[in-house]
Design a protein around this ligand. Structure first.
Ligand code: MV4
Length: 458
């Protein structure tokens, strides 16, 4: 087992990894920017090294600085967390060249899955269901027109080099395709340095459902069930749930086996997430894979009882899944996560600043993953996530009830947060019904506007 691990991240996920290491008796090294000098991940690590000024590009994304810190501290491994360098194949390669174990998949697999159209073809070969679409990258608008004609409008153009909605355009007719093709390609080039596009049949009102997998270094793979991720605004997830109401035990088992076989075929290692869309007929289609631990790994932990970060570390240290994860994997109860962001709950403008009061909810089945504290500073340089509030109940109704109570007891003063937004969502009848899709937030905001208008008239 490793003696010392460097955490190449910040905020709640850095503290999450440090906590797992501490419980495993592994020493930890934090890296931090000048803006994070007083952060909790710095305070609770055994060692801490400043790697640069506040901007991520000059600190947390600075590969030579991170590797130098790892060598100075003489660590055995690096945990990348999520975001930042976690899906950077070059970083994983430099770790390998520096004889430092990267806690994640090998660079070759990260590259394979990071190229979204290749990932699609790979899944197709493994008989994982994919949507009708282009066979690889589209050479030009003319090929895009032919492809759209054969699969039928509406179609969606996507960036091959990256996900998350950037470089994505929905095309509803042939005459609008050329302009949208150019827009998507230049947006993708700006976001990912690569303007290549591919095409899929567009699903109008999908559910966004992702499957968690773990794979050890001996060719064993386990699927750990799914997460419902349809509640999102502009491709930013707000609320996630496990399990999904749309997935039956039979579908979970069948797709889980297919995914396990596919991950074995591609030589996957460590934690990963396979993303699907579910159409209005309940059919699931693969869209992309994330080769990292995700923000919402917490709800899978709550319903399976598996510590995914400890599993990542043990897999990277060469242990077999049979030693790490008790089988069969069972899903118990229902878990929901609210992402608490430092942003205005209606304007969604970032709200950096000093937290003047910070009081967390607790109680049976309530978990808060955060690295913030009273008098702590939320810097303006990084993403706005400051805490994850997770509630686990015997069923969805109990989890919702716990979440509403916990949200009402979560005190953050000095900055704006998304807590009031979450409280309104949990009061919303469509959310409470569990029958929603990725357009839920649009409908929710329309209802909120109508409610405000009616109240103004009253
Ligand atoms: C789609 C889709 C419908 N049809 N692909 C969004 C980001 C990335 N995870 C994939 N996404 C989607 N892919 C097909 N073939 C719907 C989404 C999607 C979405 C698309 C546009 C605007 C907002 C969206 C929110 C969630 C999912």
């Amino acid at each position: 087992m490793f003696h010392k691990i460097l955490i190449a991240n910040r905020g709640e996920i850095a503290l999450r990894v440090i906590s797992a290491c501490k419980e495993m008796g592994i020493r930890t090294v934090a890296v931090y920017s000048e803006a994070d000098r007083h952060s909790l991940h710095v305070k609770f690590a055994d060692e801490a090294i400043c790697i640069g000024p506040p901007r991520a590009a000059e600190s947390y994304l600075n590969v030579p600085a991170v590797i130098s810190a790892a060598e100075i501290a003489d660590v055995d491994a690096i945990h990348p967390g999520y975001g930042l360098l976690s899906e950077n194949a070059n970083f994983a390669e430099v770790c390998r060249a520096s004889n430092i174990k990267f806690i994640g998949p090998p660079p070759e697999v990260t590259r394979l899955m990071g190229e979204k159209s290749t990932a699609r073809q790979t899944m197709k070969k493994a008989r994982v269901p994919i949507l009708p679409g282009s066979d690889g990258i589209l050479a030009d608008e003319s090929e895009a027109l032919d492809c759209a004609c054969s699969i039928g409008y509406p179609v969606i153009l996507k960036a091959a080099a990256g996900g998350g909605g950037r470089g994505m355009r929905i095309v509803r007719s042939a005459d609008e395709l050329p302009a949208l093709f150019q827009q998507a390609s230049s947006e993708a080039a700006g976001a990912f340095g690569n303007g290549d596009l591919y095409m899929e049949k567009y699903i109008e009102r999908p559910r966004h459902i992702e499957f968690q997998v773990l794979a050890d270094e001996h060719g064993n793979v386990l699927s750990l069930g799914e997460r419902e991720c349809s509640i999102q605004r502009r491709h930013q997830k707000l609320i996630e749930e496990a399990p999904s109401l749309a997935i039956t035990p039979r579908l979970r088992a069948e797709l889980g086996k297919t995914i396990e076989r596919c991950m074995k075929d591609v030589g996957y290692r460590n934690a990963g997430t396979v993303e699907f869309l579910m159409d209005e007929d309940g059919k699931l289609y693969f869209i992309e894979m994330n080769t990292r631990i995700q923000v919402e790994h917490t709800i899978t932990e709550m319903v399976t009882g598996i510590d995914l970060v400890k599993a990542q570390i043990r897999i990277a240290a060469g242990e077999r899944l049979s030693e790490i994860v008790p089988t069969p994997v069972t899903i118990t109860g229902h878990a929901i996560e609210c992402r608490i962001n430092a942003e205005h709950p209606e304007k969604f403008t970032p709200s950096a600043g000093t937290i003047t009061a910070f009081s967390l909810p607790g109680g049976n089945g309530v978990r808060v993953d955060t690295a913030q504290y009273a008098e702590g500073v939320v810097p303006p340089y990084y993403d706005s996530l400051i805490a994850k509030l997770v509630c686990h109940g015997h069923n969805r109704e109990e989890a919702i009830n716990k979440m509403q109570r916990a949200l009402s007891q979560f005190v953050v003063q000095g900055i704006y947060t998304s807590i009031p937004l979450h409280q309104r969502i949990f009061d919303d009848p469509e959310f409470r019904s569990g029958h929603f899709d990725t357009h839920f937030m649009e409908r929710f905001f329309t209802r909120q506007g109508e409610k405000a208008e009616a109240e103004a008239k009253a």
